[in-house]
Design a protein around this ligand. Structure first.
Ligand code: ADP
Ligand code: MG
Length: 698
């Protein structure tokens, strides 16, 4: 980048200190290059026009060119309207304004020619356009085919920095510097991938000469942005692989072997076996493992975690398993203690409700190495929790932990423990490649055998009686049911009321028929929650009414019905998680999504997706399309990416291409020292220096 491009924006002709301040504060534009990379969000083709006589109901928007035959006001005071009769020679149309009447009227002239843009409406046998955009035709303007529209803010508009104002500034900037824009990608890449040059792409994206060029220019700029990102991730990963030493776990060890040969509760699936092999290989190399394990709900991640932990323990190191909720930690503790019962290993549980006296004992046991495996919640992260030598940390359901929390596990040792992160919310491929591009990823893509698919049904309130009948039938067969209410974050009271009303109704209906009901919600003390849960786990109660606290991890194979109330309030991944609570036994299971009548289009799409697919990866892709990466990954993380033009939800193919190209480039030239990669080297140097290392997640 030439130093010219780093000139403060105040020095651009037409800006000055005041506007510069607004540009900085409102749009983050500090220098010439920032403005150059402030891209339009849409274009209007100003070169083609509709004929008024041809307007039909199919036209969402029309662009007309012609003159007013009449401009006048009608109505009084608040009901005042401005009314213009407009013709292009082929017919007439009415243009109407209800606001800003005086101001608009003062701008319009019967003599002048105008371009009109807006949404036509057929009203009282007549076409009209309410509040159209109006542009006076001036000489020379016709040559410019496309008008670019720029993102701006209200404050900017007040300072003359709306879309048009920005457009003028950018035109001035391009005039001044377009000859100085240097290519940033190596020549061989441009050639092989058939990419537009940078200077042409920047020119075309602001002042396109035709529609094709807009596409080609965008493609080039997106590709570059994503390539730089992938190079960054891979370079960082390369550095980590070389520099960061982890514990070497040379042995498979007795514990692993003993458990594998004698105590495995079932034959592992092929996917489980493959993943364990991947992990074993990783741990034996001496490089630090940072691995993401993705597997759909119920795919058997816990067993993989346990076997990995046994690898660490078998090498005289300790293990830790961290879960996002107390219920889940408890459940892991109970399940794993049971599995390890014949093995003479010490497992401890540490959560927020662990008593002080017990806590002290645990701290001791961890320090002197008597405790082999610690299971718990966030409580594990506290600085008072220190290990003799922690070899592996498994983090379950990672999306619940923030980056900062995860980073704290590093401080527990002189050597960082190996890290295995497990998530049941599959991350769409493009996001995984970008957000976790520097991690190794393992995928369990197979469910244990014998699972019956869950039938998902979408029902509305008028089906309530039938719903209760259905639950009753299932209970009579000896099954159990979950009924889940959403947590309404804006109003805890309302949330609670929904749950209580529901509970009463359910109680009334089912108690009389001899069934017992548990209730669990966020306001209860952990001990009470646990007691209610245990009643359900043991089968003493038949229905569990709950808020989303049961979302993760609860395992009751006898439960065959999951009813989700106000299902429209849940996101896809949450719905999928909840559904995963059933279908764990041999019986056919059902998930019933209850919604109101008038749900949004997006909610409808979510329900349809749930009904049609049981595959977490498919749902994740749909979720990404519906919500965008910011919502999916947390705004903090995607904000840190600060992508200017690429869109992770839409540009999956370009992400893929960028990933492949970055890999190929680094394979041939790992540190970018070859002459042909000189330009890339310069770019990457500045990127690695400036950007925080958000990609490191453990
Ligand atoms: P998740 O991946 O959602 O954490 P879990 O580890 O809780 O899944 O496993 C879900 C259920 O499947 C548990 O009841 C577990 O015991 C069982 N399971 C795990 N692996 C197998 C297997 N290979 N064969 C049969 N059942 C299995
Ligand atoms: Mg799990």
């Amino acid at each position: 980048m030439t130093s010219m491009l780093l000139t403060p924006i105040a020095y651009l002709k037409g800006v000055g200190p005041q506007k510069a301040e607004t540009l900085q504060q409102e749009l983050g534009i500090f220098t010439f290059v920032d403005l150059l990379y402030h891209f339009p969000y849409r274009y209007q083709d100003r070169s083609t026009f509709h004929e008024i006589s041809q307007i039909s109901s199919e036209d969402h928007y029309v662009q007309l060119k012609g003159r007013f035959t009449h401009i006048g006001e009608t109505g009084h005071n608040r009901n005042k309207k401005l009314h213009g009769r407009f013709t292009d020679g082929s017919g007439y149309i009415d243009l109407v304004w209800f606001q800003g009447v005086q101001w608009i009227k003062s701008k319009l002239n019967i003599q002048d020619e105008y371009i009109i843009f807006g949404k036509p409406k057929f009203y009282q046998n007549n076409w009209s356009i309410p509040h159209p955009e109006v542009l006076k035709v001036v000489k020379g303007m016709e040559r410019k085919g496309f008008e670019a529209f720029y993102p701006s803010t209200e404050k900017c508009q007040h300072k003359g920095l709306g879309s048009k104002g920005l457009s003028k500034l950018i035109a001035a900037l391009l005039d001044q510097i377009s000859s100085q824009i240097q290519e940033s990608l190596p020549h061989y890449l441009l050639e092989n991938l058939n990419l537009m040059s940078l200077s042409k792409a920047l020119l075309e994206i602001h002042q396109p000469s035709n529609e094709v060029n807009i596409k080609v220019a965008k493609y080039r700029l997106k590709f570059e942005e994503l390539l730089v990102l992938q190079l960054e991730l891979l370079l960082r990963k390369g550095v980590r692989d070389q520099k960061l030493k982890g514990f070497v776990l040379p042995e498979v060890g007795n514990h692993f072997n003993q458990f594998y040969q004698n105590h495995l509760p079932f034959e592992l699936t092929n996917a489980q076996k493959r993943v364990i092999k991947e992990i074993r290989k990783d741990l034996a190399t001496g490089r630090h493992m940072n691995r993401l394990l993705q597997g759909d709900v119920g795919s058997g991640k816990t067993l993989v975690a346990l076997l990995s932990l046994l690898l660490a323990i078998g090498n005289n190191l300790q293990g830790a398993l961290m879960a996002p909720t107390e219920i889940l930690a408890n459940q892991h503790f109970i399940g794993i203690s049971e599995l390890l019962a014949p093995m003479n290993l010490k497992v401890a549980l540490l959560t927020g409700s662990t008593k002080k006296s017990e806590r002290v004992l645990i701290h001791e046991g961890l320090l002197n190495g008597q405790i082999h495996l610690l299971i718990g919640t966030h409580a594990l992260l506290e600085d008072t929790v220190q290990f003799k030598s922690l070899g592996l940390v498994v983090i379950d359901e990672q999306h619940r932990f923030g980056v900062a929390q995860r980073a704290r596990m590093w401080r527990k040792n002189s050597l960082p423990p190996h890290v295995l992160i497990m998530t049941a919310t599959p991350i769409p491929r493009t996001l995984a490649m970008t957000f976790y591009g520097d991690l190794d990823v393992s995928i369990i893509d197979e469910l244990p055998p014998g699972r019956k698919p869950i039938q998902t049904i979408h029902r509305r309130e008028n089906h309530r009686t039938k719903l209760f009948e259905f639950i009753y039938e299932q209970l009579k067969l000896g099954r159990q049911a979950y009924i889940v209410y959403p947590l309404i974050q804006e109003s805890e009271k309302l949330d609670f009321k929904n749950l209580e009303d529901g509970f009463e109704q359910i109680n009334e209906h089912f108690m009389s028929k001899g069934f017992q009901i548990s209730m669990v919600h966020g306001k209860m003390k952990p001990a009470d929650k646990e007691a209610q849960m245990q009643e359900f786990v043991k089968g003493h109660t038949h229905i569990l009414v709950a808020t989303t606290v049961i979302e993760v991890g609860v395992n009751v194979p006898n439960a065959s019905v999951m009813v989700i109330e106000s299902a429209e309030r849940f996101g896809l991944s949450q719905l999928h998680q909840l559904r995963g609570r059933v279908g764990r036994g041999a019986e056919k299971s059902y998930c019933i999504l209850m919604t109101g009548d008038g749900i949004s289009k997006e909610a409808q799409k979510r329900m349809e997706t749930m009904v049609s697919s049981n595959d977490g990866f498919v749902l994740a892709e749909v979720d990404l399309q519906l919500r965008g990466p910011g919502d999916l990954m947390g705004t903090q993380q995607s904000g840190a990416l600060a992508l200017k033009i690429a869109d992770l939800a839409r540009d999956g193919q370009i992400v893929q291409l960028a990933r492949e190209s970055a890999k190929a480039i680094l394979e041939e030239d790992p540190t970018l020292i070859k002459e042909k990669n000189r330009l890339l080297n310069i770019t990457m140097q500045s990127v690695l220096k400036d950007r925080p290392n958000w990609g490191r997640i453990s």
